[in-house]
Write a protein that binds this ligand. Structure first.
Ligand code: ATP
Ligand code: MG
Length: 421
């Protein structure tokens, strides 16, 4: 399950400031016209130049998956390539860990691409005459890594994508989905901290695509790279993105968490973009709730509760009374705190004002409860009894997936783990 990054943690690894890119000869003039209020199409008519990206400012935090989404031609690929300077900006700056890359020499930029910033294209650009392993370790070869070390890291990466032991196959022997896995393994093997991905899964059929998304999230949960991910698929964006930037005609029209975008679309364009996600209206909390792995009883002491939480790997736990009516929620830090201060009862650690919903509450109303806090939400039935919990991951899956696929129960501690950053 996707994990969340505390906002601001580690600051912006990538920062784009008013990035613009015009294709054609009259770059400055085109931007001037655009700034004076002319549309992209009008500028194109008047100058013959195309505005690929216009005034894009954003920050990508360390370890986050930042998704760029928009219709075809909206500027996603151009924006991605501006980040690693495969395309030069007409105006604006890109900072990497605080350093402006616009001013670096071409040689230094190539070095950064090699060492720090991998790129994965839609058609991975695998070398057909090389073996799977040689393809994967190609980047390492360029980095000057020794043969033995290359082999080791290549095999580890193959293992990660579920292709262990298949390194000696030729690329031409693989299916499309397998090729995609090799491409992903190659990006993983090089160990670059930043990964730029341009529609890496879009050539796959929906089922394999979903597998790849899950695989990617799993690996990302372990390795935690900073990822900028381009897609034109909203479901994919919501599933993968910690934050999502929506582009229109070269501009970023909204940046926010999936919850923020679904609950407060910035304008009509974004609204139209997300209107397909209407499961929010027709599905209810019941459909995505899971059993809490463990609960705490109000009458218990902090030591026993903390121990139970540790064993189950939970960082928060719902508290009920002896009739299983919801009392509140405890976070592990709070329980540890009162334990340390010598209190015998759990009482002082219980947050009694936690939000709860009913089984028949529409997901649309559940969603806003996750905008501010990522803790699970209690589902409370007859006479206030705790019937289940909704964790963030399952909620998002429930919003973006029709019917059956969601019924498969999610790990109850998904949201709990999300908090453990
Ligand atoms: N090399 C180029 N020369 C001229 N115009 C270009 C070039 N590359 C992109 N453009 C234009 O810039 C705009 C943005 O293109 P871009 O490829 O970034 O869109 P995209 O969002 O990635 O689209 P898609 O979803 O189809 O990949 C489009 O209007 C496109 O026609
Ligand atoms: Mg593109």
């Amino acid at each position: 399950m996707k994990e969340h990054v505390a906002s601001g943690s580690g600051g912006g690894v990538i920062r784009a400031q008013r990035l613009c890119r015009v294709f054609g000869r009259h770059g400055r003039r085109a931007l001037e016209l655009r700034r004076s209020g002319r549309s992209k199409a009008e500028v194109e008519k008047e100058t013959g130049s195309t505005i690929g990206v216009f005034d894009a400012s954003f920050e990508v935090h360390e370890g986050e998956i930042f998704v760029i989404i928009g219709l075809s031609g909206s500027g996603k690929s151009t924006l991605l390539r501006l980040i690693n300077r495969l395309i030069e900006p007409t105006e604006g700056e890109v900072y990497l860990a605080g350093e402006s890359i616009s001013r670096l020499s071409g040689r230094r930029v190539r070095e950064i691409r090699r060492q720090k910033m991998g790129m994965v294209f839609q058609h991975f650009g695998l070398l057909p005459n090389r073996s799977v392993l040689d393809n994967i370790t190609f980047g390492l070869e360029i980095q000057g890594v020794s043969t033995g070390e290359r082999r080791k890291r290549g095999e580890e990466a193959l293992e990660m994508v579920g292709l262990g032991g298949q390194g000696n196959k030729q690329i031409s022997e693989l299916s499309g989905g397998m090729k995609q896995r090799v491409g992903l393994a190659r990006a993983l093997a090089t160990g670059q901290e930043i990964l730029l991905m341009d529609e890496p899964f879009s050539a796959l059929d929906p089922l394999i695509r979903r597998d790849m998304q899950n695989l990617f999230l799993d690996i990302q949960g372990e390795v935690r790279r900073t990822v900028v991910f381009v897609t034109h698929d909203l479901d994919e964006a919501l599933r993968l993105g910690h934050r999502v930037a929506i582009m229109r005609d070269g501009e970023i029209v909204q940046v926010g968490s999936p919850e923020e975008i679904l609950t407060a679309p910035a304008d009509g364009y974004v609204e139209r973009f997300i209107e397909d996600v209407d499961y929010a209206k027709v599905r209810h909390a019941e459909a995505v709730m899971v059993d809490p792995k463990e609960v705490a009883y109000e009458a218990e002491g902090p030591r026993v509760v903390l121990r139970r939480m540790k064993r189950a790997g939970m960082s928060s736990i719902f508290v009920v009374d002896s009739d299983r009516r919801l009392v509140g929620l405890c976070e592990a830090e709070e329980v540890a705190r009162i334990l340390e201060s010598g209190e015998r009862s759990l009482s002082g650690a219980i947050d009694r004002s936690v939000p709860s919903v009913r089984p028949d509450t529409p997901l649309r109303e559940v969603l806003p409860l996750f905008v501010e806090r990522k803790l699970p939400v209690a589902v409370v039935g007859e006479r206030g009894r705790l019937e289940g919990i909704v964790v963030r991951g399952a909620l998002i899956a429930g919003l973006t997936t029709a019917g059956s696929e969601v019924e498969e129960p999610q790990e109850a501690d998904g949201a709990v783990r999300e908090r453990e950053r």
